[in-house]
Design a protein around this ligand. Sequence first.
Ligand SMILES: [Zn+2]
Length: 83
Amino acid sequence: MRFTDVPSPPPCTGCGQTLPRTDEFYGRDALAPQGLRRRCRSCRAAEARDYYTEHSAAILQFKRKRRVERAAHWEETDHWNAA
Ligand SMILES: [Zn+2]
């Protein structure tokens, strides 16, 4: 089978739209067969938005915790004052 035998790209597994398999419509994924994700950019964006809406409290709490941890780390290593 040659590449030219493929008539049209597979549809997005999220919304079912058939979009060109380019990085304009699909995010990159180094592990995917074509180097592109199976869900289009707008599906990924919608998912991320939904996820954030549902988990915003947990995400913010995690970020706050990380910030405190990083600050402690920098203070400990005295890299605050590094050039
Ligand atoms: Zn989609």
